[in-house]
Design a protein around this ligand. Structure first.
Ligand SMILES: Cc1cc2nc3c(=O)[nH]c(=O)nc-3n(C[C@H](O)[C@H](O)[C@H](O)COP(=O)(O)O)c2cc1C
Length: 271
C-alpha cells in the first residue's frame, strides 16, 4: 500500500467528499429509504440513556428478522455500561450506552429439532448469515428511533477476533459462535461522511461474473487512505491493516476450534 503524495491525497479526498447517494427523485420522500440510505456508522455518543422501550424495539426488530429455515440460530448478549464493565473489566467501546454481542447459535434449535446433523461449515455459515441480518435489523431499527450505532469485530479481547476468550468468559456451549458486537447510543456530533463505496456499475453484473476494474480499485484504495487520514489524523489505513494482521492468526485458530467443535467427527467429514 503506497502512501499518497499531497496531490493524490487532495484529489482522493475530493472524490470521497463528492460521493453521493443515488436516490431517484420519485422516491426521495420515502422515509424508510432515507433511513437506509443515510445510515452511517457512528463512533461518538452522548452520555444519555437509551430508554428501555426504544432498546426493546431494537431487539424486537432482530427477533423477527428473516432467517434461514426459520431456525432463528442466534442469541443476543445485552449490556448496559455497568454490566459491560462488570463482565469485561473495561468501558463499553466508544463509551456507547448499550451493547449487544450477537451470537450464531445452533444450540437452541438443536434442542428443539435433534435431526440437525453435525455439518460444521454449513452450520457456521447459516449462523453468520442469520446473525448478520439480525444485526442489520437492530441497526436500522435504532436509526429509525434516532439512535446511532456501529457494528464491531474488534472490541478489545471481547470481540470476534478473540472468539475463544469470549466462549470461556460467557460460557458458550457447543455450536455457539460470536459473530459481531453492536454498540448503540444517541449520536454526539455528526457522523463522518460516507466512506468511499464502489460504484454500482462496478459491483453488479448480469450473466457471467465480471472481473473488477483495476482503475476503479486503485482509485478506491487511494480514497480509503485519504478518508482515513482526514477522519482520524493520527491513524492510517496502513496502521489499521497492521492491526488486522496482528489479530488474524489468533482469530483463525480460535474460530477453527469453535466451528469444528467435535474434532473426531470433523476428521470423519473428510473421508
Ligand atoms: C461486521 C462488521 C464489523 C465491523 N467492525 C468494525 C470495527 O471493529 N471497528 C470499527 O470502527 N468499525 C467497524 N465496522 C464498521 C465499518 O467500518 C463501516 O460499516 C464501514 O466503514 C462503512 O461505513 P458506514 O457504515 O458508515 O457506511 C464494522 C462493520 C461491520 C458490518
Amino acid at each position: 500500500m503506497k502512501a499518497l503524495n499531497p496531490v493524490e491525497f487532495l484529489r482522493s479526498l475530493r472524490g470521497v467528499i463528492d460521493g453521493k447517494i443515488d436516490i431517484p427523485q420519485s422516491l426521495k420522500d420515502n422515509q424508510v429509504l432515507q433511513v437506509l440510505l443515510n445510515r452511517r456508522s457512528m463512533r461518538s455518543f452522548q452520555q444519555r440513556d437509551i430508554p428501555d422501550d426504544v432498546f426493546t424495539a431494537v431487539l424486537e426488530a432482530a427477533r423477527v428478522a428473516p432467517n434461514a429455515i426459520n431456525s432463528q440460530s442466534w442469541s443476543f448478549g445485552i449490556y448496559d455500561q455497568l454490566k459491560w464493565k462488570e463482565t469485561f473489566g473495561s468501558s463499553m467501546p466508544f463509551k456507547a450506552n448499550r451493547g449487544v454481542i450477537i451470537l450464531g447459535d445452533m444450540n437452541r434449535v438443536r434442542q428443539a429439532i435433534d435431526e440437525f446433523p453435525y455439518k460444521p461449515l454449513v452450520e457456521y455459515t447459516l449462523c453468520v448469515m442469520n446473525a448478520s441480518i439480525a444485526a442489520y435489523a437492530m441497526n436500522i431499527a435504532a436509526e429509525a428511533c434516532g439512535v446511532a450505532s456501529v457494528m464491531l469485530l474488534d472490541t478489545g479481547r471481547s470481540g470476534f477476533y478473540d472468539a475463544c476468550y469470549l466462549k470461556e468468559k460467557l460460557d458458550f456451549p457447543e455450536g455457539v459462535f460470536p459473530v459481531m458486537t453492536i454498540v448503540f447510543g444517541y449520536p454526539k456530533g455528526k457522523a463522518l461522511g460516507m466512506p468511499p463505496k464502489w460504484p454500482l456499475e462496478e459491483i453488479v453484473f448480469t450473466g457471467k461474473y465480471k472481473q473488477p476494474d483495476k482503475t476503479v480499485m486503485k482509485r478506491w484504495l487511494q480514497q480509503m487512505m485519504a478518508a482515513y487520514r482526514a477522519a482520524f489524523v493520527t491513524r492510517s489505513l496502513q496502521g489499521q491493516m497492521q492491526h488486522y494482521l496482528s489479530k488474524v492468526d489468533n482469530a483463525e485458530k480460535g474460530l477453527r476450534d469453535l466451528i469444528f467443535y467435535r474434532p473426531e467427527e470433523s476428521a470423519k467429514l473428510d473421508k
